[in-house]
Ligand binder design. Sequence first.
Ligand code: F6P
Length: 364
Amino acid sequence: GNVIGVFTSGGDAQGMNAAVRAIVRVGMFLGCKVYYIKEGYQGMVEGKDDIVLATWESTSNTIHMGGTMIGSARCMEFKERPGRLKAAKNLVQLGITNLIAIGGDGSLTGANLFRQEWPGLLRELVDTNQITSDKLVTSSRLNIVGLVGSIDNDFCGTDMTIGVDSALHRILESVDEIMTTAVSHKRAFVVEIMGRMCGYLPLVAGISSEASMVFIPEDPPEGDWRQGLCDHIRESSKSDARRTQIILVAEGAIDRSGNSIKCSDVQRVLTERLNMDVKVTVLGHVQRGGKASAFDRIIGTRMGTEAVMALMDAGPDTPACAICLDGIDIIRTPLMKAVEMTKMVGYKMNELNFEEVVKLRGRS
Ligand code: F6P
């Protein structure tokens, strides 16, 4: 039967466990052996205890858990060819010829590079007597499928990444909690929302928490943002019913010249110009914590299932694919095209307008 290795890489995200669970169970159901590759690429390079045969029971009681039960790491060694050579040897020795990578764009780029180098890596391992030459036949191809696990929702080609919905729940819980104290003291709160250069989370959190203003990288404010902020907040504060102002600032928020807008800048402007009592809260990794939402459990399960099916369908010329959400459908999309578009949006953020970014990234 087929042998599959599954690993999670880069920042963890709620729903990754649901995906791992589905991969193990669907893989086993179809007669495959499934290995956990622990600690991401680090475990692939290290081998030994980090590559462990998965059992059906090992996935019990995991679907709700946040984080990733098989660990994740940022691995410098895998970025260099000698590291990838070690990883290839570890996989070949266990007969792993199918990989499912769950991570962000960086992790998926690494997987694709590995796939392209695979025949060369194998030949080098044979030439240096690290593996026997029959492996050139039995392990001739490495099939790769990527799943996008990231709270940021910054990946082109999928409407939602695994984890973003749970992160939104965490943000709303926190903002709701902040609201009670903010209202009591008639204070304004500036809340920093994590998400790299993606404003999806602050935008949707802003809509669902009645925030007064949101700063996101994709749509920097026109003109003098300080003046615009003060005008808006002064106007909004006129209503007696409005006892607080909540302003959400994306981690990557920028002005039209590309300079960052930080929570402390917003706090200073409101304090100095409007004489307001303003507090700052940075949500940070709280957003990546806690249980997976129902939505993330379901897309994790559906995407994990589709990833195994895609591996089973792969032929010699099938390019690596990413499993994505298109509306309510789970689809396969060419991995490299999606990764390249994601990188392009990152580089060109300053040149693209809001609609263009939204169109490139996916419907959400
Ligand atoms: O990509 C997920 C993410 O949580 C981003 O929102 C954030 O900028 C980054 O990872 C934080 O990375 P680390 O967990 O390594 O500090």
